[in-house]
Write a protein that binds this ligand. Structure first.
Ligand code: SF4
Ligand code: SF4
Length: 383
């Protein structure tokens, strides 16, 4: 009897934490047929949902931490089950009990870095704007056209700082009146929320909102689809509504309005990877492609899994901070697809995708035969 009470407690705990949607599941298994994990190993979201319904969730194993929240299976579910929500609710329970299997343990360090410095990379808060040194980048003041929010990875990671600098160069070239908040901003909190750290997400979000309102921010330009998703969809829970634009949309707009002139050609075979949080979660598929097509000389081809079927890079849902062994990395498969269609450049628009693709590229033979670029790095070459 005691055990039954325990099971009920777990099922109730998951329900309480937002995972109630499991009750609609009728175990058809369609979710498993599209999940990218099943291309690299066995994994069953269907089973996790079943376990949640019966209070049998095993919070001590890695299984509940696998979902990258890529959004592929919810689109296929015939019962409209909030599959991602069930997974996050299980993680909230595990986080509450402080249970983290070995590959997930790095998340604890990430949480403390976020609490202390406002970023997941252990960077000092005061160094947040260092990427902009030597460029004409001002501090945001009320009345400017747009706030540029570069994201933690673009602020601190040396590979991705190149993307922040490319963005600033493009904005300056197009005469955009923009500013940054540097040390006065935090991580958007989107990914730590998906690991079950709800309170930390709320704290980061509230502080950002206070800073945005305090500085008179109306329109925010972001480089990361995760910041886009947080500001546009998740911060709305705090009853605020900022205009949010992703750089791929803004680039297209700048070209269309004649503010950004493309002066050079780029004779290359390019393919574009849709980041999950830009494509599936927010429906932005066309602008990056349309912008790239405007570059003289570019030959744009599609990979086998593109647009709504895009293959996740493996970095969402906090997986960017967890350990994924060689042989189980979705990004390796994505690079095979890019090489398979003869692409010379794999272009994307998300810091997690770039990080994972660069790791995969370095581990390939002939690593220099494929270039991994953010969309802004491509445009920087042609203006
Ligand atoms: S696709 Fe939906 S209904 Fe089918 S097993 Fe998965 S969650 Fe359940
Ligand atoms: S959201 Fe993506 S990673 Fe998560 S279970 Fe569904 S298909 Fe798999």
């Amino acid at each position: 009897m005691e055990n039954i009470a325990d099971f009920k407690e777990i099922a109730d705990g998951i329900k309480e934490k937002g995972g109630e949607a499991f009750k609609y599941c009728y175990q058809c298994g369609l979710c498993d047929t599209v999940c990218p994990w099943n291309r690299v190993r066995t994994f069953s979201m269907r089973k996790l949902i079943r376990q949640a319904a019966f209070g049998l969730t095993e919070i001590e194993t890695e299984e509940i931490w696998r979902c990258t929240t890529c959004g592929r299976c919810p689109q296929k579910c015939p019962r409209g089950v909030g599959i991602i929500e069930v997974g996050i609710a299980s993680r909230r329970l595990a986080t509450e009990f402080g249970v983290f299997p070995a590959p997930v343990r790095p998340v604890r360090g990430v949480s403390s870095s976020l609490s202390v410095e406002g970023n997941p990379l252990n960077g000092e808060r005061n160094n947040r704007a260092n990427w902009a040194e030597g460029l004409s980048v001002k501090t945001f003041t009320e009345g400017m056209e747009i706030l540029y929010f570069p994201c933690c990875y673009l602020s601190y990671d040396p590979r991705l700082q190149r993307v922040a600098r490319a963005t600033a160069n493009i904005l300056n070239n197009a005469g955009v009146d923009f500013g940054i908040l540097g040390a006065m901003e935090n991580c958007c909190g989107e990914s730590i929320r998906k690991t079950g750290e709800e309170e930390l997400f709320k704290r980061l979000a509230r502080e950002n909102i206070k800073s945005f309102i305090g500085h008179g921010v109306k329109k925010i330009l972001v480089s990361s689809p995760h910041c886009y998703h947080a500001f546009k969809n998740e911060y709305a829970e705090f009853k605020v509504n900022f205009e949010v634009v992703h750089i791929s949309q803004f680039l297209f707009e700048l070209i269309r309005e004649g503010r950004l002139a493309l002066k050079k050609e780029l004779v290359k075979k390019i393919t574009y990877h849709d980041p999950c949080y830009l494509g599936r979660h927010n429906g932005i598929y066309d602008e990056p492609r349309e912008a790239l097509k405007k570059i003289p000389g570019v030959q744009l081809s599609e990979m086998p899994d593109s647009r709504v079927d895009s293959l996740c890079c493996g970095g969402g849902g906090g997986r960017i901070w967890m350990e994924t062994p060689k042989g189980e990395r979705f990004s390796d498969l994505r690079l095979d697809q890019a090489v398979g269609i003869g692409a010379e450049m794999l272009v994307t628009s998300c810091p997690y995708c770039i990080t994972n693709f660069e790791d995969s590229r370095m581990n390939r033979e002939n690593s220099d035969s494929l270039k991994v670029s953010d969309i802004t790095e491509v445009f920087q070459e042609v203006i």
